[in-house]
Design a protein around this ligand. Structure first.
Ligand code: 13P
Ligand code: SF4
Length: 362
C-alpha cells in the first residue's frame, strides 16, 4: 500500500505544551461537529485527553461505525484506521496524526504467505476450513476472510468468532496472532493435540498428513512483541512477594502467562475489571504501559504493578504525540486533507463482509 505521509515541521516541535494544548482546542472548536477523534487505550495521556471516544479495538470499530462526523482522526495504529475507513460511509474521511504508526504483529502475515498456506493445508485435508483474522492485520487479510466465508475478530469477541466458525466448518485457520487463537481455543476446551502452529519454513507447516487431518485449529506463528515480554517466572515472583495479588493479562500474552493469570481479556475488559474491584485490592497487569499507568493514577487506593519490573510499551502506539495531533487538526481546519487513510478499492467489499460478520456477532 502506498501511504502519503506528511510530518509536522520542526517549528511544531518547538512549541510548549501550553501552546500545543491551546492550539488543539482552537482547531477542535473550529472543526466542531465535523470532527470525531478516536483514541486507543494504549495512546499517550497527552493524546488521549482530546479523544471523543476511547476504547479497545472492538469498541473503537463500533464508534467509527456510529459517528456521522465528516473527519475521523484515529489515534492508534494503522490497521485500526483502515478498519474505520472500511466501515464508515463513503463521504467520511479517516486520518491519522502519524500515518506511519503500524503494528508489528499485523506485519507478521501478508496475503501471499496466507494464500500459499491456505492451499497447502487444503491439499492434505479438503474439508471446510474457516479463516479468522485478528483485527490486528492488514486489509488484504480481512478481504481474504470475507471472500472465503471467514470473519474478523478482536480480543473482545475472539471466543464468539471461534464458536461461529466451528459451527460453519471443521477447522479454523487463525492469523496472525497465535496466542489469541491458542488461549481462546484452549479455554473453550479444544485439546492441545488438535491445535497446530504452522511454520512456513517447513514443508506443510512442519506437520504430518494425519496431524493436519485431525486438527481443529491451525495458527499462524505471529505474536505481539510487547505482550511476549511477560513471563510465568515473573508472575510466580509477584505471587511469592504478595499472596493477595491478582493477575490480569491480555490474551496476546503467551500460553503460560495466560494459564497463570486469574483473569484474561481485552484492554477494555482489564480496565472494567480493575475499576469494578474494591479499594485495597492488589493487581499485576500484563499489558502496555500507558494503559496501566492511567489505571495507577485513577485508582491510588488499589495496588497496581506491571507483570515485569519495567514498563513495557508499544513503540507504534507511542509514535502519536499531541504535536502530531495538533498538526493534523490545524491542517484539517485549513482544508488540507493530509495523512488520510484510504483502503484500496479491491479489498474494500470483501473486508467489509468479514467485518460486518464480526459486528453482527454481538
Ligand atoms: P484490544 O482490542 O484489547 O484493545 O487490543 C489491541 C491491541 O493491539 C493489543 O495489543
Ligand atoms: Fe500491535 Fe502489540 Fe502494539 Fe498491540 S501492543 S498495537 S499488537 S505491536
Amino acid at each position: 500500500m502506498d501511504i502519503n505521509v506528511t510530518f509536522p515541521s520542526e517549528e511544531y516541535f518547538r512549541l510548549t505544551d501550553k501552546e500545543v494544548n491551546e492550539r488543539i482546542l482552537v482547531a477542535k472548536s473550529a472543526l466542531g461537529d465535523s470532527l470525531f477523534i478516536l483514541g486507543h487505550h494504549y495512546q499517550r495521556d497527552e493524546v488521549i485527553r482530546y479523544a471523543d471516544a476511547v476504547g479497545d479495538s472492538l469498541g473503537l470499530s463500533k464508534k467509527a461505525a456510529q459517528t456521522s462526523a465528516k473527519f475521523i482522526v484515529f489515534c492508534g495504529v494503522h490497521f485500526m484506521a483502515e478498519t474505520a475507513d472500511i466501515i464508515t460511509a463513503p463521504d467520511q474521511v479517516v486520518f491519522m496524526p502519524d500515518v506511519t504508526a503500524g503494528c508489528s504483529l499485523a506485519d507478521m502475515a501478508n496475503i501471499d504467505q496466507v494464500e500459499k498456506t491456505w492451499q497447502k493445508m487444503h491439499y492434505f485435508s479438503p474439508e471446510k476450513t474457516i479463516p479468522i483474522t485478528y483485527i490486528n492485520s492488514n486489509v488484504a487479510l480481512k478481504a481474504f476472510c470475507g471472500k472465503n466465508d471467514g470473519i474478523v475478530c478482536t480480543s473482545s469477541n475472539a471466543q464468539k468468532a471461534l464458536e461461529w466458525a466451528w459451527s460453519n466448518g471443521k477447522r479454523i485457520f487463525f492469523f496472525p496472532d497465535q496466542f489469541l487463537g491458542l488461549n481462546m481455543a484452549y479455554r473453550m476446551g479444544v485439546p492441545l493435540e488438535q491445535i497446530l502452529v504452522w511454520d512456513q519454513n517447513k514443508p506443510f507447516g512442519g506437520h504430518s498428513k494425519q496431524a493436519i487431518e485431525k486438527s481443529r485449529l491451525i495458527l499462524w506463528n505471529g505474536s505481539c512483541c510487547v505482550h511476549q515480554e511477560f513471563s510465568k517466572e515473573q508472575i510466580d515472583l509477584l505471587r511469592q512477594g504478595d499472596p493477595a495479588i491478582q493477575i490480569i493479562s491480555h490474551p496476546e500474552c503467551n500460553f503460560e502467562v495466560v494459564q497463570s493469570s486469574d483473569f484474561v481479556g481485552s484492554t477494555e475488559f482489564i480496565i472494567r475489571k480493575i475499576s469494578d474491584s474494591p479499594d485495597g485490592t492488589h493487581w499485576g497487569i500484563g499489558t502496555e504501559k500507558n494503559l496501566v499507568n492511567r489505571l495507577k493514577n485513577r485508582f491510588p487506593n488499589k495496588k497496581i504493578v506491571f507483570l515485569q519490573n519495567y514498563e513495557p510499551f508499544c513503540v507504534s502506539m507511542s509514535q502519536t504525540t499531541s504535536v502530531h495531533l495538533l498538526f493534523i487538526l490545524e491542517n484539517l481546519a485549513k482544508g488540507n486533507l493530509i495523512n488520510q487513510v484510504l483502503v484500496e478499492s479491491e479489498y474494500r467489499e470483501n473486508a467489509l463482509t468479514a467485518l460486518n460478520r464480526m459486528l453482527e456477532l454481538a
